[in-house]
Design a protein around this ligand. Structure first.
Ligand SMILES: *Cc1c(COP(=O)(O)O)cnc(C)c1O
Length: 454
């Protein structure tokens, strides 16, 4: 009989709780600060932007938070997601390593993002919010929130980074099919957008700018709240359904991971996969290396500084202690739009600073090569973002081929690339170039940190 490659769970195995890593850490990450007072932000500071249930989740000290039945019921549309042994990919690499991928591309948006958009829309609807605003880079988060808002009957307004608005008309169409209104960012309907347009009318936009616009509109209307698709503690927590399932599935496969690898934009998909394994690692049960991968063109952890910075360009959010390239940093237009964020989740940054996990950077051509090999062997065209994790997986698998080591590698396949085919088309035509972010531009952006002494 052929070897099993696909590890499936039943609907009844969908986790009943999200996992909050914070109480299990030896030391907590530094708190968010109010930019005016320099004091830790309290619930009241956040209330204009987020519903109380999510504010509580942001600061909870419980390690397990129950998933509402209405949310689990929506998760049933695509969860549990498969864990697949990439046997043909292994064979093509000639490696004795065993490579598994946890595939989130089966969700309605084609990525991990609905794991958090659904509870975010649910809690907002439960507190009577009429409209949600948000930003989107690659279009994945906007699509996920538009879908969730359609289910809970909430209006959805999305600021899509200009470069992606122009390059990805199908993402915009998908958001509109789900009922959302989509604006290119920078737009002329917010003060933050108008200010950027006055300085640079051809601005390709950035996630930081789009966040400023969505936050401004939410802060100005009592019936509107704002949603973030990554970075914040509650978002990372919602994503832990990925890792909880993967723990069970790897146990079914009879393997324990030696290396867990995933791409990092704001850190949510990789946190979702890795945090339940980090819990087991901190408890001394397993000892995998946890390696996050970012683009060389937006090297937040590997080349940024660890300090307090704004989450957005206009400086409207609380100050977060994180690795940052500076809040007005505009990255080169790499195809992995979801990885073009100037900051990083404060929890991930803290884990990197304390040595619980590590970060590396990869150039996009190498990532596309790995993505194409994966497509030709496993049949899934990965989104450009997770090809960053695949590039590291390939390196490690080749190293194992040399040493004969039978490493178990678990990689986060956080989305498919069926709406990114134009990027693959460019790659196959030899038109994809690498960007190495010049140190001078990083140094320059870092001169505008709100308070470098924090
Ligand atoms: C949004 C997105 C990312 C980056 O965000 P994280 O919070 O780091 O996960 C990566 N991959 C895909 C497919 C995305 O949609």
């Amino acid at each position: 009989m052929a070897e099993t490659v696909k590890y499936l769970l039943d609907e009844s195995d969908i986790p009943t709780h999200w996992y909050n890593l914070l109480p299990d850490l030896p030391s907590p990450p530094p708190p968010p600060l109010h930019p005016g007072t320099g004091q830790p932000v309290g619930p009241d500071d956040l209330a204009p932007l987020f519903p109380m249930a999510l504010i509580q989740q942001e600061v909870t000290t419980e390690s397990r938070v129950e998933i509402p039945e209405a949310v689990r019921d929506v998760y049933r549309l695509w969860r549990p997601t498969p864990l697949i042994r990439a046997r043909r990919f292994e064979e093509a690499l000639g490696t004795p390593a065993r490579i598994y991928y946890k595939y989130e591309g089966v969700s309605p948006a084609g990525s991990h993002k609905p794991n958090t958009s659904v509870p975010q829309a649910y809690y907002n609807a439960a507190e009577g919010v009429d409209r949600l605003t948000t930003e989107t880079g690659a279009g994945q988060w906007g699509t996920a929130l538009a879908f969730a808002c359609a289910l809970f009957d909430v209006d959805c307004e999305v600021w899509q980074v200009r470069a992606s608005y122009d390059q990805k008309p199908y993402r915009r169409a998908m958001m509109e099919v789900f009922g959302a209104t989509v604006h290119p960012s920078p737009s002329d309907i917010t003060e933050a957008g108008r200010k950027i347009l006055a300085d640079s009318p051809d601005s390709p936009g950035s996630l930081g700018i789009a966040i400023s616009e969505a936050v401004e509109v939410a802060a100005g209307d009592p019936n509107t709240r704002y949603c973030l698709g990554s970075v914040l503690n509650h978002v990372l927590m919602h994503q832990t359904v990925i890792g909880e399932e993967a723990l069970e599935q790897l146990a079914l496969a009879g393997d324990t991971p030696d290396l867990i690898v995933g791409c990092m934009g704001g850190g949510s998909n990789f946190a979702g996969l890795s945090f339940p394994f980090i819990r087991e690692k901190l408890a001394g049960n397993i000892d995998p290396t946890i390696r996050g991968v970012e683009p060389a063109a937006c090297p937040t952890v590997t080349r940024g500084v660890y300090t307090y910075d704004f989450g957005d360009t206009a400086g409207m959010t609380p100050l977060l202690k994180m690795h940052t390239l500076g809040h007005d940093f505009v990255p080169d237009p790499i195809h992995a739009g979801g990885l073009r964020y100037h900051g990083m989740s404060p929890i991930i940054s803290h884990l990197c600073e304390t040595g619980v996990m590590e970060a590396v950077a990869k150039r996009q051509t190498e990532c596309f090569e790995a993505g194409v090999l994966f497509a030709r062997t496993e049949g899934i065209v990965p989104a450009p973002e997770p090809t960053h994790a695949l590039a590291v997986t390939v390196d490690e698998a080749r190293r194992c081929a040399e040493t004969g080591e039978e490493k178990v590698i678990l990689t986060a396949m956080c989305g498919h690339g069926l709406l990114d085919l134009s990027a693959y088309e460019k790659f196959l035509a030899g038109e994809v170039v690498d960007y190495e972010y010049p140190q001078a531009r990083i140094d320059e952006a870092l001169t505008r940190l709100p308070n470098p002494d924090l």
